[in-house]
Write a protein that binds this ligand. Structure first.
Ligand code: HMG
Ligand code: MG
Length: 299
């Protein structure tokens, strides 16, 4: 099968990455990160979340971050919104694109958003309606698509069912999240093959955490399934507060390097992206999670 010629990267570092950092990060530093990412050529940046600060304190300053970023033309600045309250706060902050997030595992749904899968979908319905009225595009996430920290194996058919619901209620794209990074390439292909029977491939995205070091291989497997949108995180920042031990998303720099080796265009400048990753890693006092960045720094 031929690979896509062009791929879109969804940068989730400022949200998925920073939501899991223990130390507080100032609004100024978050704004700097977002501006660095847009300067590197990222055209889609998930900036923050409008969730309960009791659940995820790290995302508490998201409205201020949105108020202070330099908005570059052609760049989508998005936020997570779990319910109407989140959407209202996002609208107030001038956000034009949001994401709802559900799960393919009941236990994870309870731990992450304090409700069942069915309840979460019911909660999203009025949000979708209000978003439509405000001309706000909504992306959908399904978590635990290749395994759950509480339930173990997750059936691809269950993922397909939740993805279909999100798509049917108006999510223009559904991103499948390997929240704990246990997936492998064969399972990834089976997953997309199954879900694509319910949601068109061009409306699906891959979101791989790299806990088991499988993320790049899983992205390649997804490309073979005709998937052309991937979520990644600069410097491999992050994890999930409700999936203990889960490491960050696959590093954007590493994904970009692989794509350039496959002649797949993204419009992103690798050196600038490495610079952005180095800056935030130093600020957080952590090792840069991108292998490519580490190699370039050493070289
Ligand atoms: P709940 O406690 O069931 O909510 O939480 P509630 O409606 O009963 O409200 C309780 C309190 O929260 C009230 O405040 C509400 O006002 C407040 P109080 O009266 O007690 O002071 N509240 C809010 N505050 C701010 N923003 C809001 C909001 N909603 C209610 N939007 C809720 C339910 C969904 C709010 C909570 O569970 C929550 O915020 N969860 C967020 C979890 C989260 O952000 N997880 C990480 C992101 S998902 C992820 O990382 C996976 C992904 O990357 C894909 C993958 O890797 O798989 C996307
Ligand atoms: Mg994630």
């Amino acid at each position: 099968m031929s690979l896509p010629k062009q791929v879109r990267l969804v940068e989730v570092g400022p949200r998925d990455g920073l939501q899991n950092e223990q130390q507080p990060i100032s609004v100024t530093d978050k704004v700097r990160l977002v501006n660095d990412l847009s300067a590197a050529g990222l055209s889609y940046i998930e900036v923050g979340s409008f969730v309960s600060p009791k659940w995820v304190p790290q995302m508490a300053g998201s409205a201020e971050v949105f108020a202070q970023i330099q908005r570059k033309a052609g760049v989508t600045y998005a936020a997570l919104t779990p319910n109407m309250k989140g959407l209202e706060a996002a609208i107030e902050a001038g956000v034009k694109e949001v994401a709802v997030f559900g799960a393919a595992s009941e236990a994870f749904s309870q731990k992450n958003i304090n409700c069942s899968i069915a309840e979460s979908l019911a909660r999203f319905a009025p949000l979708m309606e209000a978003a439509r009225e405000h001309d706000i595009r909504v992306r959908g996430y399904v978590s635990c698509v290749l395994g759950c920290p509480y339930e173990g194996e997750v059936a691809p058919a269950k993922v397909a069912e939740v993805a279909r619901e999100l798509y049917a209620m108006g999510c223009y794209e559904v991103s499948l999240g390997d929240t704990i990074g246990t997936g492998t390439p064969g399972k990834t292909r089976t997953l997309f093959d199954t879900v694509a029977r319910e949601v068109p491939r061009e409306r699906l995205a891959g979101h791989f955490h790299d806990t088991y070091g499988q993320a790049l291989a899983n992205i390649y497997a997804s490309l073979l399934e005709g998937i052309a949108v991937f979520d990644s995180s600069v410097a491999g920042l992050g994890g999930c507060p409700y999936a203990k031990g889960a490491s960050g998303n696959v590093a954007s720099e590493d994904v970009l390097y692989m794509f350039s080796g496959l002649d797949i265009a993204t419009g992103i400048d690798l050196d600038s992206l490495i610079g952005a990753g180095q800056r935030i890693s130093q600020l957080l006092g952590r090792a840069n999670g991108s292998r490519v960045a580490r190699a370039r720094q050493a070289g």
